[in-house]
Design a protein around this ligand. Structure first.
Ligand SMILES: C[S@@+](CC[C@H](N)C(=O)[O-])C[C@H]1O[C@@H](n2cnc3c(N)ncnc32)[C@H](O)[C@@H]1O
Length: 209
């Protein structure tokens, strides 16, 4: 079971280098793929919340996609949010946990969780929070590496590399099983409407019914 306090400490420690090439080479491709997948759902003047937004880079990229977007991001790492806020006040960045975003119910047309769901200790509570802040008919978009299908011999190497960089996958994350996720989302009142797998990553869209 991931430990929230330990995970936010780890991200606090890398916040100052997070926007540099070690992390952003990966996110350059990942965020482009996410935006391409999300494009049919994006409209002018929508409100979008990015949960576990890190330093806010995905939101900064989304800002350019449509006119009049109202964007917000939350993250439970104080330092990641401090770096995000350096961008200025075009985006409402707040320090908050995925389970309790601090926003009013029915506030957003779209909620996104990019490369983060496996860090959440209580995924059901986080999905319920997504449903609470989405307006009826709104969309939740999830993107994450499909660790459950990566062969063990490759996974062992990923664990080794991440441990030597800064992270202990066993302590800070848990494997996200797609069936379990669909079940938890269903319990929260979210309906799966689209999913695809691309380069060992899952792209999933749920709708608040
Ligand atoms: C790998 S980073 C991804 C950041 C961002 N989504 C992006 O695409 O650049 C994962 C982020 O999840 C955040 N996080 C982990 N657990 C969280 C939780 N329970 N609530 C809020 N944020 C969390 C971390 O602090 C970190 O910034």
């Amino acid at each position: 079971m991931p430990n929230s306090a330990s995970t936010s400490d780890k991200f606090d420690n890398v916040a100052n280098i997070y926007n540099g090439p070690i992390f952003q080479l990966y996110y350059f491709l990942a965020h482009s793929a996410c935006i391409n997948y999300l494009k049919p759902y994006l409209k002018d003047n929508q409100s979008i919340l990015d949960i576990a937004c890190g330093t806010g880079i995905f939101l900064k990229k989304i800002l350019k996609q449509k006119e009049g977007l109202k964007l917000a991001g939350i993250d439970n790492s104080k330092k990641m949010i401090s770096v995000a806020r350096l961008f200025g006040d075009k985006i409402d960045f707040r320090e908050a946990d995925a389970e309790n975003s601090s926003f009013e119910k029915d506030s957003f047309d779209i909620v996104t969780i990019i490369d983060a769901i496996y860090y959440f200790p209580n995924k059901e509570a986080a999905l319920s929070e997504c449903k609470r802040v989405l307006r009826p008919g709104g969309y939740l978009f999830l993107f994450y590496p499909a660790i459950d299908i990566i062969p063990n011999f490759i996974l062992d190497q990923i664990k080794l590399v991440s441990r030597s960089l800064f992270f202990n996958l066993e302590e800070n994350s848990s494997i996200v099983n797609i069936k379990e996720l669909e079940k938890l989302a269903g319990l929260s009142g979210l309906k799966l409407i689209n999913k695809k797998m691309q380069t060992m990553h899952r792209f999933i869209i749920f709708k608040k019914i």
